[in-house]
Design a protein around this ligand. Sequence first.
Ligand SMILES: [Zn+2]
Length: 150
Amino acid sequence: MTGARLLPGGPDPDLAEVDAACHCGAVRLRLRLSDGLRTARRCDCSFCRMRGAVAVSAPLDGITIVAGAEQLAEYRFNTRTAVHHFCRVCGIYTHHQRRSNPDEYGVNVAILKDVSPFDFAEIPVGNGRCHPSDGGGGQAGTLTYRPAPA
Ligand SMILES: [Zn+2]
């Protein structure tokens, strides 16, 4: 997939360590990212299509749950390989263990402190309808965002 592209004046693409929290603040995480914000992507599988979140990668030892572990619910479907975590209070998706790369977490970029999905000009969309683990993969398209003129 081609990389995500940040808007000028956006956050540091090399962002390595960052705090994160769900909307209500019950769940708080400390993150170490695999490759900064460069791994930002979406996926068009049946679940991600509804969830609508942009995710970045973190290694399995890159997530520390600082608060609210007891508030984290999980959801699995289909092969039940991927584990999707969300806050049971506010419903916000925080992170998931990936099916395409079980050695990594995907983390909701919108929960990162001072980072927004609207900081990105371009986000690649992975082909999740035919999953990499089912012989598919590759890039389905690119989402673009164009801020209104100031
Ligand atoms: Zn919450």
